[in-house]
Write a new protein. Structure first.
Length: 187
């Protein structure tokens, strides 16, 4: 059963990865670089500041920092436990897939997918009542994670597992935030 799932995962990866072309490689390299998302984050933090104020924004940033650290360390733990080769390092497929970027670390599960989904889930649960179309925030993890497949760094299963853990961690962090907010973060 596990072998069949892995085979489907590899086949789906090969299909999605093959959709790329050199014309768009630079675009997806820009998308996958977290620093290039800085204007998006600054705009988002500004909009949040305008709705909830500076003190509440600082509390949210503190929770986001802890959430990212926890999610990232959990992803690293899983990567070193399962030691699944990235597609770009898999000798069974790396000769015929598009490898735009290579990494030597392991693949399962995607820390990028987990981090972005965790933050998006947490922020959505905290702020959706303040913003009419805040659900569009979930486009960010989708676009960001697809870049990892496009570049040859993650299988779709790595992304889905990252989304799963990210959504869980984002939800749990929201619940902790709800419990602590009245006592420590009034306003």
């Amino acid at each position: 059963m596990l072998e069949k799932i892995q085979e489907l995962d590899v086949n789906l990866f090969v299909c999605l990865n093959s959709l790329g072309s050199e014309t768009f490689d630079r675009f997806w390299l820009i998308i996958t670089n977290q620093l290039n998302w800085t204007p998006f984050f600054l705009l988002m933090f500004y909009l949040i500041y305008r709705k909830v104020g500076g003190k509440q924004l600082l509390y949210l940033i503190l929770f986001i920092a802890v959430l990212i650290a926890f999610t990232d360390q959990t992803a690293n733990f899983f990567k070193h436990t399962f030691e699944r080769l990235r597609p770009c390092n898999n000798p069974e497929i790396n000769t015929f897939i598009r490898v735009v970027q290579a990494r030597s670390s392991y693949s399962f599960f995607s820390g990028h997918a987990a981090n972005t989904m965790a933050v998006a889930t947490f922020l959505y649960l905290v702020l959706n009542r303040h913003f009419k179309y805040f659900g569009f925030l979930f486009l960010w993890p989708l676009i960001f994670a697809y870049s990892r497949i496009y570049l040859g760094l993650h299988y779709p299963g790595d992304i889905l597992a990252g989304y799963f853990f990210g959504a869980i961690f984002g939800f749990v962090t929201f619940k902790i935030y709800q419990k602590l907010k009245p006592r420590y973060f009034p306003g």
